[in-house]
Ligand binder design. Structure first.
Ligand SMILES: [Mg+2]
Length: 270
């Protein structure tokens, strides 16, 4: 007797072989660890260092619950794949033991388990980024004077050899200045615009709308984990939601931005 799965397949594909593999796609900062600034009143001796700064000193920490969550995943033979806005250098400063694929630069770069660039993904990213260069440059230049008037710094980040993101930071993470600049950028973009604005606790970023964490997770799932029995998406931010929705289940820290936003949402009849 022939198994249905793997021949005609219950999913309609012909080459999907179901495995018992469990994969967790996990955002890092504020999901698996955070800086001490985000942990007021927590006794430092209960924490475990999870990243170092450029000088090699401990910088971000995991709480006992975050440590236990990682141990639970590892104990359950779950493949944990970081999905982070960190660039490759910042990813190297994460000291948690990740051994599989890594998604960095908000999804624009995928690293293989050996640490090499996934060339197929990089080629796809390059071809889509090319067409966004004019708009990315124009919107960055447009906001530059207002950003510097408010004491903020604007930097342009590259992936696949091309600029893909403009980031505004304030040295003291002044929420008012960042919110003002966020509004300024957003007023020029509608939902159909190929670029979108993402706000985090200490920065505002302008980056491609469709070429992000969700696209990278979809690519990895289809190409390398098509037969996974279960996929989990872990994230704290509203901007993590699209990639978490690429997974079977979502896990979110209750004190995170995503859960706060959910709590404020007015539920409508559906
Ligand atoms: Mg996060």
């Amino acid at each position: 007797m022939t198994s249905l799965i793997g021949t005609t397949g219950l999913t309609g594909t012909t080459d999907t072989v179901m495995t018992d593999k469990i994969v967790a796609f996990a955002d890092l900062d504020d999901t698996l660890f955070q800086t001490l600034r985000k942990l007021p009143g927590v006794a430092p001796d209960t924490l475990q260092a999870a990243t170092v700064n450029t000088a090699g000193a401990a910088h971000s920490y995991s709480t006992p619950a975050q440590v236990t969550l990682m141990e639970l995943l590892r104990g359950g033979k779950v493949t944990v794949i970081p999905v982070t806005g960190r660039d490759e250098a910042a990813m190297r400063r994460v000291t948690l033991p990740f051994t599989s694929w890594r998604v960095v630069n908000h999804g624009l770069t995928i690293l293989t388990p050996a640490g090499n660039l996934d060339e197929v993904w990089a080629a796809q990213v390059f071809s889509q980024l090319e067409s966004l260069q004019g708009q990315l440059h124009a919107l960055s230049q447009q906001i530059r004077p207002e950003a510097s008037r408010l004491g903020c710094r604007l930097s342009i980040h590259q992936a696949a050899g091309l600029p893909f993101m403009a980031v505004i930071k304030h040295p003291q993470a002044d929420a008012q200045a960042l919110a003002h600049l966020q509004g300024h950028w957003e007023s020029g973009l509608d939902d159909a615009h190929p670029l979108q604005v993402i706000a985090n606790a200490n920065n505002v970023s302008l980056l491609p709308r469709t070429l992000g964490k969700a696209a990278a997770v979809r690519y990895l799932r289809q190409r390398h984990f098509a037969g996974a029995a279960l996929t989990l998406g872990l994230g704290d931010s509203v901007s993590d939601l699209p990639f978490m929705q690429e997974c079977d289940f979502a896990v979110s820290p209750t004190a995170g931005q995503l859960m706060r936003a959910l709590q404020k949402a007015r539920l409508m009849q559906s």
